[in-house]
Design a protein around this ligand. Structure first.
Ligand code: AMP
Length: 317
């Protein structure tokens, strides 16, 4: 399918690259890298990477303004379902392509490249570039590397395979990537966030079964002078705690009038339960947007049962 994608790219003069709401580095780096690779390969084409930005990821690269386009190709990266696509009027596009590494949710594009074993959307894009005429340079390779590193939580997840390392080795080697400068762009954070991490570590509830969760209210967010998105993303910092199998942050987002739940697991599959609450995601990294803390606590109860059943099933073996 890699060559079919590039054949479609050749057919269109205008190409728009979108991704999911709640931007993260894999989605952002993926869309920017694909945009820049297409521009480098086909300099006469108009290629836009669109969606709401985030000041936090400003160091990674710049998005384009959404424009009215005609007879254009849409490529959506890192987004399994249409309701999570950010800022796209689907009626404007003559052809649509999805490139994604989430478990399949629904078909909403004409052509869909889904590699749900890949650790990140950027891993798929690395393969796409290596297996086609699409060109690459150091800046593009940097973005692909940053997206991959971020979504695999620095190679912590089982979704990293020998092929992941082979791809990374090739891009790091061929483009002489400077890891230190990329990690600065991805991970440099204010002291206020580290202090909030301390608060979470000290105050997370840990159940007998091994579920850890923390409510991060608007009051706490203001007290620690962080933003709600940064607070929710801290869920990624609590892996490999002996007593904790599944863990979640429950973050109040007053601006968007929602409670964002982010869940991670090193045991049971959690995405089906997240889907039950209107969310979704990967088997071991999922999320949902809820209306109230009460609803979030119901989800925690069900998660706790899931961990209990998982532990019992492990003991039975
Ligand atoms: P997060 O915890 O927000 O970093 O999200 C982890 C994973 O769950 C990502 O793959 C997201 O795409 C997915 N996810 C988060 N929130 C939602 C949601 N409301 N609906 C569907 N998937 C979600």
């Amino acid at each position: 399918m890699y060559t079919d994608i590039v054949e479609k790219i050749k057919e269109f003069n205008t190409i728009v690259i979108a991704r999911h709401v709640g931007v993260d580095p894999d989605a952002l780096c993926g869309q920017l890298a694909l945009r820049d690779s297409i521009k480098l390969t086909f300099p006469d084409k108009k290629v836009l990477a669109i969606g709401s930005g985030s000041a936090k990821f400003g160091q990674i690269g710049k998005l384009d303004k959404t424009e009215v386009v005609e007879n254009a190709l849409l490529i959506v990266v890192d987004t399994p379902d249409v309701k999570r696509v950010d800022s796209v009027d689907f009626s404007q596009f003559a052809y649509k392509i999805k490139i994604d590494h989430h478990p399949f949710v629904e078909k909403y594009c004409d052509m869909e490249l889904i590699e749900d074993e890949a650790c990140s959307a950027c891993e798929i894009l690395m393969r796409l570039i290596l297996n086609t005429d699409l060109k690459c340079n150091k800046e593009i390779a940097e973005k692909l590397y940053m997206g991959l590193v971020s979504d695999s939580n620095r190679f912590l997840f089982n979704s990293c395979t020998s092929e992941t390392f082979a791809l990374v080795s090739k891009f790091v080697g061929d483009y002489a990537l400077d890891l230190g400068s990329m990690y600065q762009r991805l991970y440099l954070r204010p002291l206020s966030e580290v202090r909030l991490e301390g608060y979470i570590s000290s105050n997370m509830v840990v159940t007998e079964n091994g579920l850890a969760y923390i409510k991060i209210t608007d009051q706490i967010i203001n007290e620690y002078e962080v933003d709600s998105a940064a607070a929710g993303n801290m869920v990624n910092n609590y892996n490999y705690i002996k007593e904790v199998i599944v863990w979640a942050t429950i973050t109040e987002d007053v601006k968007n009038k929602q409670i964002r739940v982010s869940i991670r697991s090193r045991g049971p599959q959690i995405n089906l339960l997240a889907e039950k609450y209107g969310g979704g995601g990967h088997k071991m990294a999922s999320g949902a947007k809820l209306k109230t803390f009460d609803e979030a606590m119901k989800l925690m109860k069900e998660l706790d049962l899931l961990v209990k059943e998982y532990k019992e099933s492990c003991e039975a073996v």
